[in-house]
Design a protein around this ligand. Structure first.
Ligand code: HMG
Ligand code: MG
Length: 288
């Protein structure tokens, strides 16, 4: 079967929600261990307020220590983040829009409309500067504050982002509340409505439905997934957002299905040990 691309979000989503703040060198150690596995796409950090997310302080210093960031992305919440990305010659940015006002306010202190207005400028400016753009469509299924999110509305928001020429839309189940039928319905509908668009999926594994949701997305034609070493992860501003789907579980399932990822599972288990030592956490990926 066709290759699947995995984007590792451990150094960003994985580290932003834990108590221990890793040093730049410790974050670099984690990235180096991930690079050993053959993973080509890594979200290495974010340019956000140090006060809001202390764990992401000095992502610029981290970038300065990396030899080649061509395949790596950085999350940015606003224009200031884009300015930092340009200064550090980032090739790919991940913008973020939580599709409910309550969640977007908690995350980046803006309404959905305010963020959409800003994204029009940020996405346009990025592409003029040769920066590839992704946009997380967060709480795309369920919001911790507003409950079930209407899929017709989500599709309209995605349409607006595509009008703004975003290169990739990342559909995110921020609190891990979606089930495979909902995922199948939304991803099938998005793929058939916006045929030329690139979609990927980002699942949190709160209720152990991450792999089932990946399977639904595969059936809907999705070929790219975010995941996180050891199942670390979570948004500090979304109550009940626990870890991302573990990268080792995702690679393990795909291997069993004869789907290649270019990632070495044994080396992933080594990277999980590294992540566990750095974070002082017992990580919860199920592959051994
Ligand atoms: P604000 O208070 O409205 O912004 O926060 P502000 O413009 O008034 O600035 C406040 C302070 O932040 C100022 O510093 C700014 O300079 C600074 P001060 O004067 O107080 O010293 N600032 C920045 N610093 C660094 N980089 C920046 C930046 N912008 C302003 N880009 C703001 C708005 C967006 C800054 C704040 O709310 C914030 O940083 N939020 C963090 C959001 C975040 O990182 N959330 C987690 C990632 S999203 C996620 O996890 C979901 C995802 O995984 C997908 C899914 O699962 O759904 C992606
Ligand atoms: Mg996330």
């Amino acid at each position: 079967m066709e290759n699947i691309i995995i984007n590792e979000v451990g150094p960003r989503d994985g580290l932003q929600n834990i108590n221990k703040v890793l040093s730049v060198d410790e974050r670099l150690t984690l990235i180096r261990a991930l690079e050993e596995t053959g993973i080509e796409h890594i979200e290495i950090g974010s340019f956000v307020s140090d006060k809001a997310v202390p764990a992401m302080t000095n992502t610029g210093g981290l970038i300065n220590k990396l030899d080649n960031i061509d395949n790596y992305s950085v999350l940015i919440p606003n224009k200031k983040g884009l300015d930092e990305a340009k200064i550090h010659r980032v090739k790919e940015i991940c913008t973020v829009l939580c599709v409910t006002d309550s969640m977007n306010q908690k995350n980046i202190n803006q309404t959905v409309d305010e963020t959409l207005n800003d994204l029009k400028l940020i996405l346009g400016d990025s592409s003029k500067n040769g920066i590839r753009t992704k946009c997380y469509v967060s709480v795309a299924f369920h919001c911790p504050y507003e409950g079930k999110v209407d899929s017709t509305y989500v599709e309209a928001v995605v349409g607006q982002l595509l009008d703004y020429k975003v290169d990739e839309v990342v559909v995110a189940d921020t609190i891990g509340a979606a089930h495979p039928k909902e995922v199948s319905a939304l991803m099938t509908s998005l793929s058939s409505t916006y045929k030329d668009a690139i979609f990927s999926c980002h699942f949190h594994d709160t209720r152990a439905l991450g792999l089932a949701n990946v399977y639904s997305s595969l059936e809907a034609g999705i070929k790219k997934f975010d995941s996180c070493i050891g199942g670390l992860g979570g948004c500090p501003f979304a109550p009940n957002s626990s870890g991302n789907l573990a990268t080792e579980d995702l690679v393990g399932m795909l291997e069993l299905m004869n789907i290649t990822t270019g990632i070495n599972l044994d080396k992933l288990l080594v990277a999980r040990e590294v992540a566990s030592k750095l974070t002082n956490l017992t990580l919860k990926g199920r592959m051994y």
